[in-house]
Design a protein around this ligand. Structure first.
Ligand code: IPE
Ligand code: IPE
Ligand code: MG
Length: 240
């Protein structure tokens, strides 16, 4: 647990991105089904979201379902889709009470209609909240996002391609967000798995061994302690 003094000395990232990983292994260790692991993971995601926003982070992006995750069994995909619908339906009040705006990144196809409907409703109802942003990356792929941005640019008659800047390009992504400052992947895997390829360009990476259902508020605070220690140079020589 951090003291108030420790908390005051933390650097707070504007944008935190989290690859929610290890739900399946967490369940297996306990002799439970993978579905139970996802239930525990999403319960934790809710609690963690509140804490992260309370720490002063402006945007937290969660990788909750990749375009590649459709390769999993119909049972597992179906269970995750059910979780997403329930997440929207049962948690609107909580997002409203905490003044949290929920946005989404990802493709529509081949999401079930029920998921798209609940997704769009949650985004619409929380659109005017100002206390912090949760970006749920659902049916998300980093390469797909870049390809989709290029298609939007090509279809935009007002675009001045010769003078297109990186900031202009960012406006065609699923969401126009600040760069990721801190990228966390739980469960000890050391890869990006196609997550926020554009936005993670200069992120600090943090890879705890903890599996996501066990990654709680204190574990997130430890990530902030580590982030505070990092020397972010962005290519420049400091203290020269
Ligand atoms: C991540 O946990 C959750 C989602 C993909 C939604 P996993 O399901 O990948 O868990 P492991 O990696 O098999 O333990
Ligand atoms: C990445 O985790 C996707 C999400 C957490 C939603 P995976 O568990 O699907 O990634 P790989 O297969 O280990 O790369
Ligand atoms: Mg995994």
């Amino acid at each position: 647990m951090l003291s108030n003094e420790d908390i005051a000395s933390l650097k707070i990232p504007r944008h935190v991105a989290i690859i929610v990983d290890g739900n399946g292994r967490w369940a297996k260790e306990r002799g439970l089904t993978r579905m139970k692991g996802h239930d525990a993971g999403f319960k934790n995601l809710k609690k963690l979201t509140k804490h992260i926003i309370n720490r002063g982070v402006e945007v937290v992006s969660f990788y909750v379902f990749s375009t590649e995750n459709f390769k999993r069994s119909a049972e597992e995909v179906g269970h995750l889709m059910d979780i997403f619908v329930t997440l929207y339906k049962r948690n609107l009040k909580e997002f409203m009470d905490n003044n949290i705006k929920v946005i989404f990144s990802g493709r529509d196809e081949p999401l079930p209609k029920s998921v798209m409907k609940a997704r769009d409703e949650l985004a619409r109802k929380t659109a005017n909240n100002t206390g912090g942003i949760v970006n749920l990356c659902l049916n998300y792929g980093g390469r797909a996002e870049i390809v989709d941005a290029v298609k939007k640019i090509a279809a935009d008659p007002n675009v001045d391609i010769e003078n297109l800047t990186e900031a202009d390009f960012g406006k065609y992504l699923y969401q126009d967000l600040p760069d990721v400052d801190l990228m966390i992947r739980t469960s000890g895997e050391l890869r990006l798995s196609n997550f926020l390829l554009w936005q993670n360009s200069y992120a600090e990476f943090y890879f705890p061994q903890t599996k996501f259902p066990d990654f709680h508020e204190d574990d997130f605070d430890q990530a902030l302690v580590e982030y505070t220690r990092r020397d972010r140079r962005f290519g420049a020589i400091k203290n020269a």
